[in-house]
Design a protein. Structure first.
Length: 412
C-alpha cells in the first residue's frame, strides 16, 4: 500500500487529527458572563431560542444568571422546553443564593469565589484565609446536601498563590464539589509550557491533578491579551491523559466583560478540525445561525471579518484570491463555509481582476464571455476607474455592478 504524501491535501478531512483521551465539554455562559458585556441584554423569550441553538450546536451545559426577574422567567421557559442540555445557575458562596437556585428547580450550580489575595484582601480585609475557606466549604456542603451538582469557580485563579489555591481546591473537593473552574479573570494566563504558577496553564493543570483531589477541571478565560481561545485549547492539551473530562467555559462571539471570553464557535471548530471530536460534527452547521441570532437578541455587533461566523469570513475580492477560489475553493479556504452554515461571497472591489469580473458577469448574464471580448475589457476599465482616486473603499453593490455590465453592453 502506497503511503499518502503528507502534503497532498485535498480537503479539510485530510488535516492531521490529534487524539484526545480527555472528553472536552462545552459549558456556554453567553447567558451569564456574555450578557455582562456593556450595552447588551436579552429577553427571556430570546434566551430560550439561544439555548435551543446552543443545544443544536452540541453545547452540553449552559450557565445562566438567576437574580433578576427576567433571568428567572428565562430559566422556567428553558426548563419547560426540555432541551438536551444541562442548565446551571451562577451563585455566590451564600446559602441565600443556593436557596434561590433550589426554588428555581435548578439541578446544577456554580459557586464563584475569589482565590487571589488581590481579591480577598480588597473584598474581605478582616477575614482570615481559614474564615474564607469555611464560608466556601459551608456553601458547597449545603448545596450537596440538597442534591445539587456543584462546580466551584476560583475567581482570579491565574493570579492566586498556589499554596492557598491548592488548599482551597482540596477543601471544596472534600465538601463534595465535582469540578473546579480555573478562572483567568483578567486574561493574564499563558499557554507556554515553560511558564510557572500562577498563570502558566499547563503547569496549573498538572499541579491540580498531582496535588488536589478534585475530579474534573474547567477553564474560563478572558481575552484581555487576545489569548482566550489559545489558553482554552492549552487547557485541553494539558488535561489530556490526566483527567477524564475538561469543561470549557465559553461564550458565543466571545461576549463578556471588557474584552470578552473565548468564543464558543472557535473552540468547537478547533476541537473538530484539529482533534477530530466527532460529537460536534452535526452541530457545526448551526454556528452561523446561532451567532446571528445571539447578535440580534443581545445587541452584540458581529464584526464582518469575524472568524467562522462573520459576513466576510468567506469573502474573496482580490484578483489572486478570487482566481484561486474559482479554480478550487480549497486554495484560500481551510474548510467549506457550509460546514459552519456560512456562505462564500465573491465581490468586486479595488483589487479585483479579470477572472472574478468575468465570472460574475457570466453568472449575471447567464452566458459565456471570452476573455478577449472588448466589452469585458471595457467593463474591467470601468471598475478600475471607480477605484482609481482611492476615494471609494467599499465593494460594489449588486445593483452598481449590474449598471456597469449594462453600460459595457454585456446585458440589456
Amino acid at each position: 500500500m502506497t503511503k499518502k504524501n503528507t502534503f497532498d491535501l485535498t480537503s479539510y478531512d485530510d488535516y492531521n487529527k490529534l487524539h484526545l483521551t480527555v472528553e472536552p465539554i462545552i459549558d456556554d455562559c453567553t447567558l451569564r458572563d456574555g450578557i455582562q458585556m456593556p450595552g447588551t441584554a436579552v429577553a427571556p423569550r430570546h434566551a430560550v431560542h439561544i439555548v435551543y441553538l446552543l443545544a443544536a450546536m452540541g453545547v452540553e451545559r449552559v450557565e445562566v444568571h438567576q437574580y433578576r426577574k427576567p433571568d428567572q422567567e428565562a430559566i422556567k421557559l428553558i426548563q419547560n422546553m426540555n432541551f438536551n442540555v444541562r442548565l446551571a445557575s451562577w451563585c455566590r458562596a451564600s446559602r441565600d443564593d443556593i436557596d434561590l437556585a433550589l426554588r428555581l428547580d435548578m439541578e446544577e450550580i456554580g459557586i464563584s469565589h475569589p482565590v487571589s489575595y488581590i481579591h480577598l484582601k480588597s473584598k474581605w480585609p478582616k477575614l482570615s484565609t481559614d474564615d474564607i475557606l469555611s464560608r466556601v466549604v459551608d456553601s458547597v456542603e449545603y448545596a450537596r446536601e440538597h442534591g445539587l451538582v456543584t462546580f466551584v469557580h476560583g475567581e482570579d485563579g491565574t493570579r492566586a498563590d498556589w499554596n492557598f489555591e491548592r488548599k482551597f481546591i482540596n477543601a471544596i473537593a472534600d465538601a463534595g464539589a465535582e469540578t473546579y473552574r480555573i478562572c483567568d479573570t483578567v486574561g493574564i494566563a499563558t499557554s507556554d509550557p515553560r511558564a510557572g504558577l500562577p498563570n502558566g496553564i499547563p503547569m496549573k493543570v498538572r499541579k491540580i491533578k498531582e496535588e488536589t483531589k478534585i475530579k474534573n477541571i474547567e477553564i474560563h478565560t478572558h481575552d484581555d491579551l487576545g489569548n482566550s481561545v489559545e489558553n482554552t485549547i492549552a487547557t485541553i492539551k494539558a488535561a489530556n491523559g490526566l483527567f477524564d473530562k475538561v469543561y470549557l467555559s465559553t461564550t458565543m462571539l466571545g461576549m463578556g466583560e471588557r474584552s470578552g471570553n473565548a468564543e464558543t464557535e472557535k473552540v468547537m471548530l478547533n476541537l473538530y478540525l484539529h482533534y477530530g471530536v466527532k460529537k460536534f460534527e452535526n452541530g457545526l452547521y448551526w454556528l452561523k445561525e446561532a451567532a446571528d441570532y445571539v447578535s440580534f437578541a443581545t445587541g452584540c455587533v458581529i464584526p464582518p471579518n469575524k472568524a467562522i461566523v462573520g459576513e466576510t469570513a468567506f469573502a474573496h475580492e482580490s484578483g489572486i484570491h478570487t482566481h484561486g477560489v474559482l479554480k478550487n475553493p480549497f486554495t484560500y479556504e481551510p474548510y467549506p463555509p457550509k460546514l459552519v452554515g456560512n456562505v462564500r461571497r465573491l465581490t468586486i472591489g479595488k483589487q479585483s481582476g479579470k477572472a472574478i469580473i468575468k465570472h460574475l458577469t457570466e453568472e449575471l448574464t447567464r452566458s459565456m464571455i471570452t476573455s478577449e471580448d472588448p466589452k469585458l475589457q471595457n467593463l474591467i476599465s470601468m471598475v478600475k476607474e471607480i477605484y482609481e482616486s482611492g476615494v471609494r473603499k467599499s465593494s460594489l453593490k449588486i445593483n452598481e455592478f449590474n449598471d456597469l455590465v449594462r453600460k459595457a453592453g454585456l446585458m440589456k
